[in-house]
Design a protein around this ligand. Structure first.
Ligand SMILES: Nc1ncnc2c1ncn2[C@@H]1O[C@H](COP(=O)(O)OP(=O)(O)OP(=O)(O)O)[C@@H](O)[C@H]1O
Ligand SMILES: [Mg+2]
Length: 280
């Protein structure tokens, strides 16, 4: 990865950076990142989603997002073009105060240093399997020792992902984090709702509570932790909008903005994002 000015771009001086990383593939980075961006924006905090992964999962989620939903501002950090400077390509409009950064698998140690520098919150999703816990041990060492992410500052939030209650894997992950004195910020169930949310470009919080209630509930410790980290009130509320285009019935493409139209484009925040306004 070209590390020149990896995270240097014009933005509001108070922009809060939320980074999601884990070099282990398939741990849930894009799932966590898109759900965070959707949650923040639809809670009234216009947010950007920056995708550093050439696979473009976060950008795909953005393209699936219904036009009726509050807009998440997309930045495709992998796109290379000669026509604009790198910092222009990554710039974030001044009205946006939160950026969620999705990172690719197989990040090198030096990339970890770059991505965590100046980050206000660092989320690490980990699957509760032996292989993933083993890889996480290496990652934690790199974060604590090389990237100097101090445990005392509390920027590090580990999220157990695809958890099936009280399995051996989950208990092992918990024990592993306890030994390192790293708190588990939350755990997300293995749930088809995440697959549906990704297909529809929404966060789990924007789904019908009767369908995704358990998953919405599981986010409360995570958003409470983020609230403490960012000093922003993020009280989860019912973000499902039965009177607008139903998220659960939304067609995948027909009512959506054309692919790429929003990536790097600016559209004023609408819906709840405008009415409640950012606190920052
Ligand atoms: N809690 C969950 N329940 C069910 N499926 C999940 C959950 N979290 C992630 N998934 C699914 O697992 C797959 C991998 O998740 P995701 O793409 O978020 O991982 P990633 O870490 O971003 O992967 P990569 O390293 O390839 O970028 C996806 O198909 C996603 O929908
Ligand atoms: Mg991904």
């Amino acid at each position: 990865m070209n590390r020149t000015m990896l995270l240097s771009f014009p933005c509001h001086p108070d922009l809060k950076r939320i980074v999601v990383l884990n070099p282990k593939g398939g741990s849930g980075k894009s799932t966590l990142a898109t759900n965070l961006a959707g949650f923040l924006t639809s809670s009234g905090y216009p947010s950007a989603l920056m995708d550093f992964d050439p696979q473009g999962s976060a950008m795909r989620w953005l393209q699936n997002r219904p036009a009726a939903r509050p807009e998440v501002f997309g930045v495709n950090a992998c796109r290379r073009g000669n026509s604009m400077t790198r910092s222009f390509q990554l710039q974030i409009p001044q009205h946006i105060r939160y950026v969620v950064i999705d990172t690719p698998a197989a990040l090198q140690v030096q990339d970890l240093v770059e991505f965590t520098r100046g980050a206000h919150a660092i989320f690490v999703p980990v699957l509760p399997s032996d292989i993933d816990i083993h890889a996480a041990a290496r990652l934690m060492a790199d974060l604590l020792i090389v990237a100097k992410v101090s445990r005392r500052m509390g920027r590090l939030g580990v999220v157990a992902n695809r958890v099936r209650d009280n399995t051996l894997g989950y208990r092992k992950l918990k024990r592993f984090l306890d030994r390192l004195s790293i708190a588990m910020t939350g755990n997300l169930r293995d749930s088809q709702n995440y697959i549906h949310a990704a297909d529809q470009g929404i966060s789990i919080h924007e789904m019908q509570p009767s369908r995704a209630g358990k998953d919405i509930e599981s986010w409360k410790p995570i958003t409470a932790w983020l609230e403490a980290r960012l000093g922003t009130r993020l009280t989860p509320r019912d973000l499902y909008q039965p009177n607008s285009v139903s998220a659960d019935r939304c067609p995948r493409t027909s009512s959506l903005a054309p692919a790429g139209a929003r990536s790097g484009g600016v559209r004023p925040a609408s819906g709840p994002a405008r009415s409640s306004g950012p606190a920052a």
